[in-house]
Design a protein around this ligand. Structure first.
Ligand SMILES: *Cc1c(COP(=O)(O)O)cnc(C)c1O
Length: 393
């Protein structure tokens, strides 16, 4: 089937809930994609941050192959060695908490919200989240997502949620009461446009949660697994969260989500309170273990810092050349390029020239390559972006 036939098949049989680019992707290798026409594309936004160590990392592929021949799925009625191993590895790289596994970011956040309500007294039911946040598309997580465009047509949302402007300590303090069960926040808002939380903001949330007996939940679905140069985004701050959630890059391309809670809070999730049929299956966990091993064996945290700085410097130089770039922000390989106008045409222009990036919030380009990215690949990306910016403005 050629590209046109595949698109026609989608038009007939697949619900059109995504705005898709007119490309059919058939292969991925490291930081490159190949479409059905054989075009090679440099991928600087691999799988919406899922392919955090590149497409089809050999170590992940090998782990999946081996696990597939041994045991694909077994239900959580039994103990699953890979699940325990992955939980241990995550715990040791975060704050020593305990893990619950699921299959996506939204599910990880659902689990966190449910746990916060379960753990706190009945009169505590409120959640505070930040404007511009993105926490998922299930009813609770889309309610937590404080962006009206995601609520449109689905009202009423779940009761109990309050929204405050991001990075506004006074608003957070004002929204607090002893009815608050928890706060959910991204250390760096991803879909919201690469907005980095300030140290003061994190400290304020920690203090308010402590004073009011509320749970501090950090959504690390996009910031987690090393992208910012630390295992988790919160490590850039002098705070300890109560719960973190992760997904996206955790499985190196395999669907997996996880919620980690402190041992004390985790104890509230007793048998019967929450579950996921596929959560923590051997295949997904084997992939997760391979991702962590690859990051350490290949020093990819260091590379994320180094290449993040390299890319930020190059983009800063582009800004001097192209006034359409307002500023560059982010941490490590989570980089946003704030434009003075819309970015969709720039994304399209880049794809035409073999570069994949993303635009969010209309005017923020997301430059989020995998942690295996090289300076040559960044140079190549910058060159293409440079030529497209010259054309478009
Ligand atoms: C992508 C994302 C989610 C939702 O993850 P899904 O796997 O699509 O459910 C939640 N939070 C953040 C910060 C995300 O980037």
């Amino acid at each position: 089937m050629d590209t046109a036939e595949i698109i026609a098949m989608f038009d007939k049989y697949v619900i059109a809930n995504y705005g898709r680019l007119p490309r059919v992707i058939v292969q991925g290798e490291g930081n490159y994609l190949y479409d059905a026409e054989g075009t090679k594309i440099l991928d600087m936004f691999p799988g919406w941050a899922v392919s955090g160590i590149g497409h089809c990392h050999p170590k992940v592929v090998e782990a999946i192959r081996a696990q597939a021949g041994q045991l694909l799925h077994i239900d959580n009625t039994f103990y699953i060695p890979q699940q325990g191993q992955l939980a241990k590895m995550l715990s040791q790289r975060a704050f020593g908490g305990k893990c619950f596994f699921c299959n996506s970011g939204a599910e990880a956040n659902e689990a966190a919200l449910k746990l916060a309500r379960k753990h706190t007294p009945r009169e505590k039911y409120k959640f505070i989240t930040a404007e511009g946040s993105f926490h998922g598309r299930t009813f609770a997580t889309v309610t937590a997502t404080a962006q009206p465009k995601y609520h449109d047509g689905f009202l009423p949302m779940l009761p109990g949620f309050e929204y405050v402007p991001f990075n506004d300590c006074e608003a957070m303090e004002a929204a607090f009461s002893d009815e608050v069960a928890g706060v959910m926040i991204e250390p760096i808002q991803g879909e919201g446009g690469i907005n980095v939380a300030t140290e003061e903001y994190m400290q304020t949330i920690r203090r308010l949660c402590d004073e009011n007996g509320a749970v501090m939940m950090l959504d690390e679905v996009q910031t987690g697994m090393g992208r910012t140069g630390e295992w988790f985004g919160y490590k850039h701050y002098d705070v300890m969260p109560d719960i973190i959630t992760m997904a996206k890059a955790l499985g190196g391309g395999v669907a997996i989500g996880a919620m980690m809670a402190t041992e004390h809070i985790a104890a509230s999730l007793v048998p019967g309170t929450h579950a996921s049929t596929f959560g923590g299956n051997p295949l997904a966990c084997a992939a997760g273990i391979a991702v962590i091993e690859a990051i350490e064996e290949e020093y990819l945290l260091d590379n994320a810092i180094k290449m993040g700085q390299y890319a930020a410097d190059k983009l800063q130089q582009l800004k001097e050349k192209h006034p359409v770039i307002d500023h560059v922000r982010g941490k490590g390989l989570m980089i946003g390029i704030k434009l003075t106008g819309p970015g969709a045409k720039i994304v399209d222009g880049c794809l035409e020239k073999g570069l994949r990036i993303n635009c969010t919030q209309g005017d923020v380009l997301r430059f989020m390559p995998s942690m295996t990215v090289t300076s040559e690949q960044i140079d190549q990306a910058i060159e293409i972006l440079d030529s497209v910016l010259a054309q478009e403005s």
